[in-house]
Design a protein around this ligand. Structure first.
Ligand code: NAI
Ligand code: MG
Length: 352
């Protein structure tokens, strides 16, 4: 496969190194897996040199690849809205990566902060192309006491339908019996009512899979009270963003939470990235947890025809977590990023 790699800023390049090591290991061990990759320097450093987060033809360049593996961006020298809106958002939106997959899965060996009746294992599908993250709006009367700002949420029937359809189909294919929809239609009466109606309509085509609709505020509490009861959760862009960081907290932290931005039709490459950011508080120290990045690479293999290799990665991660000998500080250990990465690579060799 032909892979574009964008390490980005801060801990992005640090954790990406480990994911590249893992992918190279797999391509050496398995002759049927051929990997070609190109590293693209688009980042805040690139912005400081060129005034742009990525070149004008960046999307055309990216179209040539089968998939994109992304690290993280964010740097104190560049406003966060520029790093996000000039790099990540154009890729997600222009490539119609409208399904953001975020597993909330408690891996074996991970000490989660809650005691639950069963291990936590569900997946959140976040709408990723419209919703609250629309950037439509503006400001008026700058600098006066009348200053005002408007930012519009955009929800379309088709945008909601395709996400709901993907979620119900996923549930069917993975033996899940229930889809939980995050809503707020009691207060947000236009967009969220459309959301409810379309999700309910899609659910009618999927007999045997129950739909439960829960207000986002109560849902936040249920994430804590009974996280083991969820199977598939669907949420709008903003709700899904917040819920999945909460989900990450439930299963060991941001360093253990991967994601996929999918263009399910395959018209454009999909993009795989940890849900964490560039972690400026620990960047440069070599102590970032590389698991979210490595697991994102596993999701990428799963979605590009090699679920077997994705599974090898996940089992190797779990083995290292259960052994608990080479953990990074966020998991209560003392190991460096590369030491944990090397331990995962040894576990891959043992399995192969
Ligand atoms: P963050 O995810 O970078 O960090 C939050 C906390 O989690 C920090 O204490 C950090 O040290 C810790 N953490 C995150 N990843 C970790 C890892 N792999 N191992 C160990 N600890 C880890 O979020 P924050 O601090 O809100 O944002 C920092 C920068 O990242 C900002 O510039 C923000 O805009 C950007 N950001 C970028 C994202 C992306 O590239 N997709 C997503 C979220 C934030
Ligand atoms: Mg987020």
């Amino acid at each position: 496969m032909k892979l574009a790699i964008i390490p980005g800023d801060g801990i992005g390049p640090e954790v990406m190194n480990e994911a590249i090591k893992v992918l190279n290991t797999l391509s050496h061990l398995d002759s049927s897996f051929s990997l070609q990759f190109e590293e693209l320097p688009w980042s805040s450093n690139y912005y400081m040199e060129s005034g742009k987060m990525m070149p004008a033809d960046a999307l055309d360049q990216l179209k040539q690849f089968d998939a994109i593996l992304f690290g993280a961006i964010g740097d104190t020298r560049v406003p966060d809205d520029i790093t996000i809106w000039d790099l990540i958002m154009p890729i997600r939106k222009e490539f119609q990566q409208y399904v953001n997959v975020r597993p909330v899965k408690q891996l074996k060996g991970v000490k989660a902060p809650l005691i639950t009746k069963a291990p936590i294992d569900f997946v959140v599908f976040r709408e990723n192309a419209e919703g609250e993250y629309s950037n439509m709006g503006g400001r008026m009367y700058h600098g006066t006491s009348q200053e005002m700002a408007v930012q519009t949420t955009v929800m379309t029937k088709e945008g909601i339908r395709r996400l709901a359809e993907y979620s119900f189909q996923y549930a069917r294919e993975h033996g899940r019996k229930k889809v939980t929809s995050a809503t707020k239609s009691n207060v947000i009466t236009h967009t969220m009512k459309l959301w409810d109606e379309v999700v309910s309509e899609v659910s009618q085509d999927h007999a045997g899979i129950a739909l439960e609709s829960i207000y986002i505020d109560a849902l936040a509490a249920y994430f804590i009270n009974r996280p083991e009861a969820f199977e598939v959760v669907i949420a709008s862009n903003l709700f899904g963003d917040i819920l999945t960081d909460l989900g990450a907290g439930l299963v060991g932290g941001l360093g253990l939470s991967p994601s996929a931005n999918l263009n399910p039709e395959g018209r454009f490459p999909s993009m795989f990235e940890p849900i964490h950011g560039s972690a400026p508080d620990i960047s440069g120290k070599g102590i970032a947890n590389p698991i979210a990045q490595i697991w994102s690479a596993a999701l990428m293999l799963e979605h590009n025809g090699r679920p077997d290799l994705g599974e090898i990665i996940l089992q190797s991660i779990e083995k290292v977590l259960v052994d608990a000998e080479f953990l990074t500080p966020d998991m209560g250990g003392k190991s460096q990023t590369a030491v944990l990465g090397d331990a995962i690579i040894r576990a891959i060799h043992e399995q192969a």
